[in-house]
Design a protein around this ligand. Sequence first.
Ligand code: F6R
Length: 264
Amino acid sequence: MRVIIEANSQQVAVKGAQFVSQQIVNKPDSVLGLATGSTPVELYGQLINACEAGRISFADVTSFNLDEYIGIDEQHSQSYRYFMNDTLFKHIDIDLANTYIPLGNTGYPEQEAKNYEAQIVNRGGIDLQILGIGSNGHIGFNEPSSSLQSRTRVKTLTEQTMYDNSRYFSPAEYQPECAITMGIATIMETKKVVLLATGSNKAAAVKAMVEGGISSMCPASMLQMHPDTIVIVDEDAAQDLSLREYYRSVERMTEKMNPMEAFQ
Ligand code: F6R
């Protein structure tokens, strides 16, 4: 795992966008794995700016989102399809036909999950996966106790995740308890992972992911076994890391040897 500590959430987004931009420049027909939630919103803003400025194009990009709620339709303002269209897709030159998000309202979620796995394989697999992390260590909606060998499937959300995401739903509104999510093994097959975490409410999960033992109780810890994972955190999310000074010195050396092209 490469751990990059940035001063604040804006710098995390800028750094994350550099990796994504570099991927698209190197391979214009990249297959990107995308995440929802609050963490990647600033990163998506950076990508929109880069696209508007003509520095990158999504014209040949395909995307697969990590997950979708079951039981609300695509037009619902809390569906992940709605979120992605609104936050990213309508602002960039991507072909919507090349944007994949599990369908949460087919009535056959297990079948949809299997189809989704097949669609990823048909498109040649995911080149770069953007991830956030839940305060309980989940990635996608792979909640603690998820099999580390899991594939795309239906998951019931934990109370912690229901609580964390309740901020998006009004009190009278139905909040889904289940989702279709890529599995841990599905995520492990992506060629490169860029995981972002910001804020002190993520500090314990980041510590468990980077410095804890590999355990299904912190599904993100499985990324220790991934050959190319970059974790980009702000100071608040990094605060519990025992080796943070070491990560900083490694990063200074890495930057010196491999200066990242400026894509800002
Ligand atoms: C989103 C997803 C989740 C979030 C995580 C963090 O598609 O799969 O794993 O990345 O819950 O959410 P935020 O960024 O809202 O704290």
